[in-house]
Design a protein. Structure first.
Length: 318
């Protein structure tokens, strides 16, 4: 399993994210993913810079690590033809290290475009068209696409990398697996579900990368770690069927007002010990995941975590 680091754009500003990217590479992480948000989940997180500008800078601040959006929604804030152009550019800047991670989005970020928030089946229809458009543009040449949700008129990527950008799609159940496995190269999921992995391989036609994500909260003081995880990551307890629907940080604050610190500590490894992190990561490995991106909760608590990861956590995980 490859171990990655999450550039959590909701909890740090753009300059800090770029600096963390370089530190994470030097600490020994295999790849780095960046979230693409317009708003933080909770006001306490306090940030949300433009992920693609951050990515461009990260390509120059790193040399070795793989890079990936985790994930971009190519259907509301961005037209899929523009997402394809951005991805091709990042692939060129990174010398072939980039994977385009895509998803159906959350109301939290996409409502800002003023197009409303349709039902999940409609969002999946839109994402399918977007993936098809992006893939056609990656093939090269001019693309015309008369879709139900998107139209493309004589579009072409003029700066196309020699190494095609792999496409990853976030899935959460059988319907999304059946829809997107035949169209994508990589699976993205946040729960260690072995059935999801097996079904993906069946519909994808072979074994491919499967990238998971695990939030943790390292701190020398476990009680401080639990308090910080509760303050900034209690939104995680709602699950994606809820998380995709709420429109803003105030909604997440209201929905999680009764989540207790001990509830968060029961689902997120907190404190200075490697054991709980290794145990949580093992669940992803046993479920067939090939890659796991760690999230260190707290934008101001990255440097100590990265030292801990270099000296203790990464050796233990490997």
């Amino acid at each position: 399993m490859r171990i990655g680091y999450t550039l959590m754009s909701e909890q740090a500003g753009p300059r800090e994210l770029v600096r963390h990217a370089g530190l994470a590479e030097r600490a020994g992480f295999d790849f780095e993913v960046v979230s693409d948000h317009y708003s933080p989940w909770l006001a306490e997180q306090g940030h949300s810079p433009y992920a693609w500008s951050v990515l461009g800078a990260v390509t120059q601040a790193t040399e070795r690590v793989g890079l990936m959006t985790y994930v971009t929604c190519p259907t509301f804030r961005y037209h899929p033809a523009v997402v394809a152009q951005k991805a091709a550019t990042v692939q060129l800047l990174s010398d072939g290290r980039f994977t385009l991670g895509l998803g159906a989005g959350e109301n939290l970020n996409e409502h800002v475009a003023g197009q409303g928030w349709p039902a999940v089946n409609v969002r999946h229809e839109m994402l399918r068209e977007a993936v098809e458009i992006i893939s056609l543009l990656f093939d090269g040449g001019y693309v015309n696409y008369p879709g139900r949700h998107f139209r493309v008129d004589s579009a072409k990527l003029w700066d196309l990398p020699e190494q095609r950008v792999p496409i990853a799609v976030a899935v959460s159940g059988g319907q999304s697996v059946r829809t997107f496995a035949p169209l994508a190269d990589v699976m993205v999921a946040v729960e260690p579900d072995a059935d999801l992995s097996r079904e993906w391989d069946v519909f994808q036609g072979g074994q491919s990368r499967k990238v998971g994500q695990l939030p943790i909260c390292w701190d020398p003081d476990r009680n401080k770690a639990i308090a910080r995880a509760h303050e900034q990551f209690r939104w995680f307890a709602g699950g994606w069927k809820v998380n995709a629907e709420l429109p803003g940080p105030a909604g997440f604050a209201g929905a999680t007002q009764f989540v207790r610190p001990e509830d968060v500590a029961g689902s997120i490894p907190c404190g200075p010990d490697v054991g709980p992190v290794v145990e949580a990561a093992r669940g992803f490995a046993e479920a067939g995941f090939t890659d796991l991106a760690l999230v260190q909760i707290g934008g101001a608590h990255q440097e100590g975590f990265l030292d801990f990861a270099r000296d203790e956590l990464l050796p233990a995980l490997r």
